[in-house]
Ligand binder design. Sequence first.
Ligand SMILES: [Zn+2]
Length: 436
Amino acid sequence: MFKEINLRNHSSLHKLFYSLKFALDIENHNIVFKDYFYKILNGTKYKIYEAEIIQPACPFCGSVSLIHNGHLKIHVRYITANASVPVLIRLFKQRIKCRDCSKRSMAQSSLVNKYCCISNTSKLKILSALTEDRSMTSIAREHNTSVNTVQRVLASCSHRFIDGYDYLPEHLAFDEFKGVDRKLHFICLNGETHEVVQILRNRFKKNLLKYFCKFTLKARANVETVTMDLNFYYQDIVRACFPNAQIIIDRFHMVQMLTRSLNSLRVAVMKKFKKGTREYSLLKSPWKLYLKKFDDLEKIHPRYNWHYKDSLIQEQIVMEGIECDDTLTNSYNLLQAFFTALDKHDTKAMKDIIYSKEKVRPLMHRTLLTFRHNLKAVLNCASLPYSNGCLEGFNRKIKQIERTAYGYSNFINLLTRIRLEENKVKEKGPSNLLIA
Ligand SMILES: [Zn+2]
C-alpha cells in the first residue's frame, strides 16, 4: 500500500530514488537516496549510491525537538551482481542532540550494524554461500570482502550450535574423524535421522564423560542403542552415562576385522608357493574375490586370465585357491558363515561361529577372542538394524569440507562449517542464523 501511494503522489525524482531503493531491496523509510555515480577508488571502479539516514525523533525520550549536528560518512559494502564493479553505499548518518533530555545520538538502521561497514545483506549472502561446498577465498572474492570478513561471519553463527542438555535421541552412533592438526575428533550422530548430535574437540574418556553427564537423567535414559566400533573405551561411557542403552558393535567394523585377517592369511599361504606357479597366481591377482560373499561370485561365464593361463569362472578360482591350505579353507568358510548369519539376523549361528573350534590363524583367533569378550554387543549387531553406515557417509563429507579449504586450523570454524553444510540447516534458511 505504502509503495503505491508514494509513487502516485511524489515527483519524478522521488520515483527514481524510490525505484533505487526497490532495486537495492532496502525497505527502511528513514533512508533517503540522493545520488548515484561511478567512481574510481584505489584503482577499482566502484558503483556508488549516496544516501542519508534520518533520525526523526530522539531514541531516548521520543522528543522531536532536535538540534542537528552534522553527519557521519561511511562507505557500506553492498551486494552486487557484477563482482568486477563493486557496489558501495555512501551513507550519511544523521547526528542529533535532543533539546529535551540533551542526550546525543546517531541514526542507525538494519542496513548496516553500528561500527560496521559491511551491509547485513552482504553478510547474509556470505552466510548462504558458506552452506555450500566453496572455499572462503572464493566467497570473499565474489562479495568484495576480505577472507577475514567471511571468517567473522562464520564465527558469528557458531553460538547457534550450542544445544540444550535435556534431550538425546533414542539411537546414537559414535565415531571419530581426523580434523585440525590431524587430531581425532569425536562425532556422535542420531542413528535414525543421521543428524549431528555433537562434535567434540577430542575423544578423551574424561571429556566424553564430562559432556554426556551434563545431560539430564531423563535425556540419558531415553537412549536405547549406541553403535560404535570395537577398539575404544566408548563402552565404558555408555555404561556410565546411559542406564537403558544397549551397545551395538558396528557390523562393517567386524567384517573389516575378519576380512583383514583372512587377507593376511591368504598372503602368507601365497608366499609358500613359488612365483609363477598356478597356486601363486590363483591366490594373488584375484584377491578381491576371496573377500566377496560366495553367493555374489560369478557362477556361469568363464573368463580367460593370462596370470594363470586358464579360463575359469570366479567360483572355481576361489574354490581352487582356498584348497591350497586347510587353515585358509576354515577361515574362508568362517567368514562366509559370518556373512550369512549377518544377513539372516541369526544370533545363534553367529554365536556358534564365534565359539567355533576350527583351526584358524592366530590373527583371526585373536579377532574371535575379541568378539567373545564383547559377545552381547556383537550379537546385538545381528539382531538390531542399526549400524555406523551413516557415519561413513558423513565422514566422507567432512573430508570434502576440509579438502575444499585445504585444511582448517581452527576447530570452531571447522565445526561451524560442518554444521552449516548439514542439510538440516540448509532447509531452515540462513537468515535465522545471523543476528542482525
Ligand atoms: Zn531526548
